[in-house]
Design a protein around this ligand. Structure first.
Ligand code: ZN
Length: 242
């Protein structure tokens, strides 16, 4: 088994859990390195439950950080918090540099991030742009030339909340059945967004049905297959088609 490493660029702390928790747990369970970067905590825009409970900004951030650390531990990932503020998540040269440094430090073989479009959440679009741009910068030999340039890790986009309206068309369905219980446990760490637990269980169930339908009866996938959908950004390079 070759050693791989997964890098997940998440706008807010919940995003990596709902959308890529299965992939993270799967890679970690196989002994691969997994790093998650949370650009912001989602403190202003994705923590309504805590604001309604009367918490202040610093309390919300601390609570969300604690949740994300617990979820990452359940999934088997390291988590990095860049604390760049949310709503809006501003793209700055400094933030790009910090993200490019993560690419150079972790040398991922696979990258997961948000879709290009999300009409409900411009922070997600900003995270997408920065994830791609930081990767490109980190590949340049002349960028911080003392460091080792990054290779060409494929980038997969994880599923947005409102799929069709965000122009998401999956071309990969990952079978996450073996790690589903871990994803569920990680989702339940996200106390600030309890309303999403059932929603993302339903999403995984539907993607699991599609995984079965598209893999043929001989593979013998289980009837309770759970899935996670992804869309590639760059072409797959291969020596055979199937
Ligand atoms: Zn988000």
């Amino acid at each position: 088994m070759s050693k791989e490493s997964l890098l997940v660029v998440s706008a807010h702390v919940g995003d990596f859990v709902w959308r890529a928790g299965g992939a993270i747990a799967l890679y970690a369970s196989r002994g691969h390195e997994v790093d998650v970067v949370c650009l912001a905590y989602g403190e202003r825009g994705e923590s309504a439950r805590y604001w309604r409970m009367g918490m202040g900004l610093d309390e919300v951030k601390a609570a969300r950080q604690e949740e994300a650390e617990k979820a990452a531990a359940v999934l088997g990932a390291r988590v990095h918090f860049l604390d760049a503020n949310d709503y809006p998540l501003n793209e700055t040269p400094e933030l790009l540099d910090r993200l490019a440094a993560v690419y150079r430090d972790t040398t991922p073989s696979v990258v997961l991030t948000h879709t290009e479009r999300d009409p409900w959440n411009k922070d997600h679009e900003a995270a997408h742009r920065m994830a791609l741009e930081a990767r490109i910068i980190a590949q340049a030999p002349g960028y911080q030339p003392d460091g080792e340039p990054l290779g060409a890790p494929p980038v997969f986009l994880f599923e947005p909340h409102q799929t069709e309206y965000s122009g998401f068309m999956p071309d990969v369905i990952l079978d996450i059945t073996d790690v589903w219980e871990k994803k569920l446990e990680a989702m339940r760490c996200m106390e600030g967004q309890t309303h999403l637990w059932d929603y993302y269980t339903d999403v995984a169930t539907r993607r699991g049905v599609q995984a079965k339908r598209n893999s043929g009866p001989n593979l013998g996938l289980k009837t309770d297959t759970m899935g996670e959908a992804y869309q590639r950004v760059y072409p797959q390079v291969a020596t055979e088609l199937a």
